[in-house]
Ligand binder design. Sequence first.
Ligand code: DQQ
Length: 536
Amino acid sequence: AADFAWQRTSYHFQPEKNWMNDPDGPLFHLGWYHLFYQYNPDSAIWGNITWGHAVSRDMIHWLYLPLAMVPDHWYDIDGVWTGSATILPNGTIIVLYTGDTNEAVQVQNLAYPSNLSDPLLLDWVKYSDNPVITPPTGIETDEFRDPTTAWTGPNGTWYVLVGSRLNTTIGVALVYETLDFKNYTLLDHPLHTVDGTGMWECIDFYPISTNSSVGLDNSATGPEVKHVLKASLDNLKLDYYAIGTYDEGNVTWTPDDPEMDVGIGLQVDYGRYYASKTFYDQNKGRRILWGWVNETDADYDDLAKGWASVQTIPRVVTYDSLTGTNILQWPVEEIESLRLNSTEFEDVFVEAGSLVPLDIGNATQLDISVEFEIESTQALEESMLGETESQLECSVADNRTTLGPFGLAVLADESLSELTPIFFRLAKSNGSLKTLFCVDETRSSKATEVFKEIYGTVVPVLDGEKFTMRILVDHSIVESFAQAGRRVITSRVYPTEAIFDKAKLFLFNNATDLNVTAAIKIWQMNSADIHPFPLY
Ligand code: DQQ
C-alpha cells in the first residue's frame, strides 16, 4: 500500500482534510489574498459542496478560515458551486456563484461580504432575492453554470459570462448585461461558440497587454490589448484557451487563429489540471492564474488518506510577444521566498545514451531550473536529414530516437524502479524540426490503481534559444514549465519507493545521436506551513 503521509504536499495549497475542487473568487483585499474553493467538509470525495476559505499575505503561506458559504437556501441547497468575484470601482466586492437548487436546476446567485472593513472577509451575505439568473429558454437546466468576473463596457453597463452548451455539441459563452448585479438581461448573441466542444464550465475571459508584462483589470481595453477566452471542457476535463480580439461594441470575441479556437487549440496546462481561474492582482499589477489539480489515484486511496487534490502554485500570466501565439505562465515570485540552499551544476556533458545522478541530498521539495544546449545546429540539421518524418508524439522516455528524449528524472529511486521523466524530444515533422515537451508517468509508481499518463505537447523553440525548463517538485505534484512558460505540464505522481531520502534526481539523455550540455540550478524548498488562522 502507498505511504499516504508522503503524498501530502509541503508548499502547495490543500485543505487540512477532505475534498477540494475548483478555485473560486480569488481576490486581494486590505493586504490579504483570498482563496475560496469548492470544498466538501464531510468527506474526501466530491459532494456537499461549500466554499472553503483561506487567506495569505503572499499566496504561498496560507491560513485556513471558517467556511465562507454553505448550502442553506433552496437555490443552493444541493451545492454552493463555482463563482467569481468582481471588485467595483467604489471598492465594493460582489460574488456571483452557481447554486444547485432543491430541484437540481443551476441558477446564478449574488453574495457579498457584510463588512468590507474586515480584511478577512469572514461574513458573507446571500442576496435576499436570489437567484438573480435562471436558465434561459433553450438551455438545459443542469448545463448552466460558473459565472465569470464582470467587466464594464463603454456605456457603464456590466457584463458577465455563464457557460453552457447549445444543442448537444456547441460550447457557448452566454453574455448577461447588468447595471446593479441584481437584474440581468441575456444578450441576443453569445460572446463566442465553438462547435464540437460540448459543455463549457468555468469560463474565464480577460484582457492581456501585448506590449508589456503588466497585468490588466478585467475592464481594460485599448490598441495594445488582446483578450484571452478560456473554457473548461466538461467532456474532456481539460482547460483550453485562445487569444483573440474583443469587440466592445458588439460584445463578441474572435480568435486570432480560427484553427486554434477555444477547445481545439491550446491547453492551459497539458497535464492534470482543470477549472482554472484568473484574477487581476491590483496589489502588484499582475494577472494571477489558479488551477485545480485532481488526484489520479483511486477513491478508496483518497478516503484512506482523508484528503483529495491540490491547487497549483499561483502563476503570473503574460502575453508571449516573441511567438505572438500563446500566453506565458510563471510561478509567482513569492514562491522564491521558500528557496533554501541551492546547488549548481554547470556545463554538464550528457552524452547520448547516458544518465547523470545529481547529488543534492533530499529531492522531494525542489525548485529546479535547467537549460540544455544541443551539440550544434549543423550536426542537428545533418541528423535531421537522415530522420524520417516522425509522429509528433511524446511516448515513453525509454523509447530512444535519434534526437531524444533528454531531460530530468524526478522522484526517482537509486535503481530507477520508479521515476518521473520530464523531457524534450525533437522530431522531424513537415520537413522541419519540432520540439516536444513531455512527462512520462508510466514508471512513476508501483501502485497499480493509479492512472499513469504520458502527457505532452509541441513547444515553440525559437532560433538561438536554448531548451529550458523550470520544475517544481512537491512530494506528489510536479509542475513543469518549458521555454519560460510557453507550455506547462502538471502531474500527480504516487511513488512508493522513491520517497523521503530515497528520492533522487537524475539528468538523462536517451537520444541515440545527440549530445547535450546542461546547466542546472536546484533549490531545496522550505515548507509553507499552511495552518488554521490563529483565531479559529
Ligand atoms: N465544479 C463545480 C461546477 C463546475 C465544476 C461544482 C468544474 O460549478 O462546473 O463543484 O469542476
